[in-house]
Design a protein around this ligand. Structure first.
Ligand SMILES: [Cu+2]
Length: 385
């Protein structure tokens, strides 16, 4: 109802404005002012100088942006291949910046220089082979170089030696959470199928598969420093994208197929937290939170928790209403801590057995899925906020 009223008010305002301009036009009848549609030299001069003004604006804005937002970009990469991605990105930025700086000056300068003048006729200029060769060959060579370097980086990053000693982890994406499955001692994931999802077996793992017997399902990802982790991604519902910004890794999760990405973490969570730039960043965020908390407490609301840095796995495909909150904490441990953490995790098979044992006494009762329902409630709460 409110929106309908707003629309009516806007329409009436537009009609009123239209009527006002008509009245204004009537008051101008008979006056000597120039109402010709053809631009005069004065008009052209104004437009010419405005081009220079706009040129200054884009340069000042660019320089401001570099200083104001430059420190917010991702810092030190936390994976072995990360510096390769960063250098590819930086080379691309520098090239774009140089080309942009030169071409914008030329574009705006010539627009000013050849602005319209009375009685001046434009020169008919058919073509110039030399010029066209220059501006075709230079971009072609530069782009070919960039593409070749990109292909080299991509094949290097995506190559996983089948015989290499890696840790195989499945990332399972669904609206709106991540679940991880470790392949266990045999380092081979058991088969899975969406039709087998039941109770605590939330990933539809085929429990009759011998490879599935030691699989472990967790909701917090731990990976060891210095060891290659081979991720295999699946999606239950729609397109998701597994995005590890600090490790410079991203791969789509597609329903009906398994996609892969492998990387080697090079800093433990503790080491990354202790980097001077990260200490500054966390202090800055906490100063902002403290300021906000004072306002909140004054309003009678609860204060914000202090922030600590953690690596995150995010979803980078807009996959639904709670997409923004689809994330999983990633902890990089030392190899010893990682082993210790994994050693006391129960296998899926034993969890299913335990769940079945507790449910058997209930006759004719519907098997409940405690983890699923808890998560649904959590997502509902987030959506309500
Ligand atoms: Cu998603």
């Amino acid at each position: 109802m409110t929106s309908l009223l707003i629309i009516i008010v806007l329409v009436l305002l537009a009609v009123a404005l239209w009527q006002l301009t008509k009245i204004f036009d009537l008051t101008q009848v008979g006056s000597t002012s120039d109402d010709s549609q053809v631009a005069t030299d004065d008009d052209n001069n104004v437009q010419g100088y405005l081009m220079f003004g706009f040129l200054a604006f884009i340069y000042i804005f660019t320089i401001y942006g570099v200083f104001a937002w430059g420190p917010l970009v991702l810092h030190t990469p936390a994976s072995e291949h990360g510096s390769l991605i960063d250098s590819l990105m930086n080379i691309t930025w520098v090239l774009i910046f140089i080309v942009q700086a030169v071409t914008q000056v030329l574009l705006h300068y010539f627009s000013f220089k050849y602005r319209g003048r009375k009685d001046q006729k434009a020169l008919y200029f058919a073509d110039n082979n030399k010029l066209e060769a220059i501006w075709s060959i230079i971009p072609a060579v530069v782009l070919a170089g960039l593409i070749l370097y990109g292909l080299y980086a991509w094949t290097n990053i995506m190559f996983v030696d089948e015989d290499e000693d890696t840790i195989v982890v499945e990332l399972y994406a669904q609206q709106f959470k991540w679940t991880a499955r470790y392949a266990g001692a045999d380092n081979v994931l058991g088969k899975a199928n969406v039709r087998l999802i039941e109770g605590v077996n939330t990933l539809g793992v085929d429990l009759s598969d011998p490879y599935a017997q030691d699989d472990i399902i967790v909701s917090e990802l731990h990976i060891p420093k210095g060891k290659k982790v081979h991720f295999k991604m699946r999606s239950q519902d729609v397109l998701h994208s597994a995005y590890f910004p600090h490790f410079r890794a991203q791969m789509n999760c597609v329903p009906g197929m398994v996609t892969e990405f492998a990387f080697t973490p090079i800093y433990t969570t503790e080491e990354y937290q202790a980097m001077p730039y990260m200490i500054d960043k966390v202090a800055n965020i906490n100063a902002l939170r403290a300021k906000k908390s004072i306002e909140l407490v004054a309003k009678g609301e609860t204060a914000l928790d202090p922030y600590t840095f953690d690596y995150l796995l995010l979803c980078n495909k807009i996959c639904g209403a709670s997409h923004y909150n689809m994330q999983m904490k990633v902890i990089v441990d030392t190899p010893e801590d990682y082993k210790k953490w994994l050693s006391d995790k129960a296998t899926l098979v034993s969890e299913v057995k335990a769940a079945n044992a507790t449910q058997e006494p209930v006759e004719g009762g519907v098997k409940s899925d405690s983890t699923q329902s808890k998560d649904t409630v959590a997502v509902d709460k987030i959506a309500m906020k």
